[in-house]
Ligand binder design. Structure first.
Ligand SMILES: NC(=O)c1ccc[n+]([C@@H]2O[C@H](COP(=O)([O-])OP(=O)(O)OC[C@H]3O[C@@H](n4cnc5c(N)ncnc54)[C@H](O)[C@@H]3O)[C@@H](O)[C@H]2O)c1
Length: 347
């Protein structure tokens, strides 16, 4: 298949690009190269004859039309987005512009291309989204595909809007859309402003390990390469018009997660004295911080036979190993605008 992957220089998009090329798909990586992008993420496939890069913005309809015409993709995997909740609190405009308007432009460009090619049933527009669109859970329960949307941050509201657009383009125009909503990802190439890399890198630098509020917020963690595998499965075997929740069934409170990372680091890179956990510091909570997310992955498991390949303990250990071995990747990214600063504290 020839895939047009948007956001392929980001964290998850690059995992999709690497996996898809590794499985013999042709991939066109369309990315605007925002602060969150890094082309080193796809360096391992950049010389492959199966790989092409297009530096473009999904809000630029003329560029999208040119790219569809030039590459004639069989499917779109749409991952390009503004993705950091804290940045969405400080500056929601970019999130509305890219995640909502950009998705609209991409849907329209895909629809025009699909129409011009005789509306093939085999075409797919795969919209990649988050479990955050479902809002916040109490101590029990899980999000299913039928859970009503209840987004609560500018980020999740913009993603919810984009999900609705993708579904509407299927119902109204017949565009063959599939949709996935995934829990928190972690793993190699995770941009160093997100929780897990921040903890690993601050620990190694002897800096405080910031925990929002009391650390009781619960997230369901999935290794990024397992997410990429699930995405390719839904793209090729998912039912058109259907959505699939993807999760690792690995719920951890933020405090538990950070303590686990500290224990892994104590083992792999011991400090001269004490534990990395001694660096844990509680900081002002994020405004509107959702209490708990948990995914019920029964549909993708039962209908498509997908399961994650690693436990969260294995995945976190691999992730720590990767950061220990790849300082040349993460060190320059720490200089980018806003990285290492506390963002999103405005109420
Ligand atoms: N990170 C997670 O835990 C998670 C979980 C579930 C779903 N998602 C979704 O998966 C997708 C990818 O997330 P990520 O964590 O890899 O994000 P990321 O921030 O690491 O990467 C986003 C990529 O999109 C590109 N981009 C941003 N605006 C663009 C624009 N206007 N035009 C073209 N490219 C643009 C950036 O340059 C970057 O390469 C997003 O849609 C996100 O909502 C993320």
């Amino acid at each position: 298949m020839k895939l047009l992957v948007t956001g392929g220089a980001g964290f998850i998009g690059s995992a999709v690009v690497r996996l898809a090329v590794g499985r013999g798909h042709s991939v066109v990586n369309l990315d605007a190269l925002t602060y969150a992008a890094c082309l080193d993420n796809v360096a391992s496939v950049a010389d492959s004859p199966l790989y092409a890069f297009e530096h473009a913005d999904i809000r630029d309809r003329a560029a999208l039309d040119r790219i569809f015409a030039a590459h004639q993709p069989d499917a779109v995997m749409h991952l390009a987005a503004e993705s950091h909740v804290d940045r969405s609190i400080d500056g929601p405009g970019d999130f509305i512009s890219t995640n909502v308007t950009g998705t609209y432009e991409l849907l329209e460009a895909a629809r025009a291309y699909w129409d011009a090619n005789g509306r093939p049933d085999s075409f797919r527009f795969h919209h990649i989204s988050t479990d955050e669109v479902f809002g916040s859970l109490g101590a029990t329960g899980q999000f299913t595909e039928e859970t009503p949307y209840d987004p609560r941050s500018p980020y999740s509201a913009s993603k919810a809007a984009s999900d609705h657009l993708a579904q509407a383009w299927h119902h109204t125009y017949g565009l063959p859309v599939v949709l996935t909503n995934c829990s928190n990802n972690y793993g190699p190439f995770h941009f160093p402003e997100k929780l897990i890399p921040v903890i690993i890198l601050n620990a190694l630098a002897g800096k405080p390990l910031p925990i929002y509020g009391d650390g009781s917020n619960v997230r369901d963690w999935l290794y990024v390469e397992d997410h990429a595998d699930a995405l390719l499965l839904v793209l090729t075997r998912g039912a058109v018009g259907r959505s699939y929740n993807i999760g690792g069934e690995n719920e951890r409170s933020n405090l538990e997660l950070v303590r686990t990372l500290c224990a892994i680091l104590d083992d792999k890179r011991p400090k001269p004295q004490g534990s990395y956990a001694d660096q844990i510091t509680f900081v002002t909570d994020r405004p509107g911080h959702d209490a708990r997310y948990a995914i019920d992955p029964a549909r993708i498991r039962n209908e498509l036979g997908w399961r994650p390949s690693v436990t969260v303990e294995e995945g976190l250990a691999r992730t720590v190993d990767w950061y220990l071995a790849n300082e040349n990747w993460w060190r320059p990214l720490q200089e980018r605008h806003g990285v290492g600063q506390r963002l999103g504290v405005r109420a």
